[in-house]
Write a protein that binds this ligand. Sequence first.
Ligand SMILES: Cc1cc2nc3c(=O)[nH]c(=O)nc-3n(C[C@H](O)[C@H](O)[C@H](O)COP(=O)(O)O)c2cc1C
Length: 247
Amino acid sequence: MIHNETIDTQLNHRSIRKFKDQTLTKEQLETLYSVFGQTPTSMFMQNASLLHVTDPEEKKKIQKLCNQKYVGAEGDLFIFIVDLYRNQLDKDDGRVHTTDIFFQAIEDTLLAFQNVANAVESMGLGYVPLGTVNDHPLDLLKTLDLPELTFPVLGMQVGMPDQKPQLKPRLPLKFTCFEGSYKKDFDVKDLKDYDDIVTTYYDLRDSNRRIDSFTKQITGKKLDLHETDRDQLPEELHKQGLCLDWK
Ligand SMILES: Cc1cc2nc3c(=O)[nH]c(=O)nc-3n(C[C@H](O)[C@H](O)[C@H](O)COP(=O)(O)O)c2cc1C
């Protein structure tokens, strides 16, 4: 196993949900923007944008939509956006509205997210990804006042860590990394040892409580079939002019 500063930082990743009461410096911001800009991009289309949310009222609204108190609080809030708006201003023959092009833009946006995330951690800062920004897609789109052909994908709260969470144990690599061919002979019983490891992990998000075993989490209520505002996603994508070929 090779160790260097980059790899060790990546291997030490943990989400941070409590930040010191300070915001990023101009230099830190400029650095993150540059890293965002230099991310690989499908077909050189550069179909991602980054929005630094600065208005206190807007931050409060997003915090409410996410229902997580650390969102828009200490530190800085960013929204990573699929952005097909710029490139269609001169040409729109319909292709930009396909799932294929949306997929490419999602790829760009998520690569840029992780590129920025790595830069954040390399500077001694911390972050938490925010999928909850899309818990109420219609309200988020209104709050951010985004034009057609754009879509917020993930949020990121960034700042100086004010907590030291335990490293969250991941699945043994034999379950997730394959040499040559995909291993289909997976048996949930094989996860027994991993379940024991996970139940000894303390989740700071949950008031310092131990969390359920991994198998209990993947079979638990969270994934039960239920209605949620997130079901609005396809409709909202269509309203933004995206994935129009996907009914
Ligand atoms: C796409 C994505 C969305 C996430 N959304 C949230 C979120 O809305 N709120 C939150 O507190 N953590 C969120 N997380 C963080 C995960 O809970 C966290 O990465 C996972 O539990 C593993 O913990 P670790 O990052 O500390 O290793 C998200 C992570 C990912 C990759």
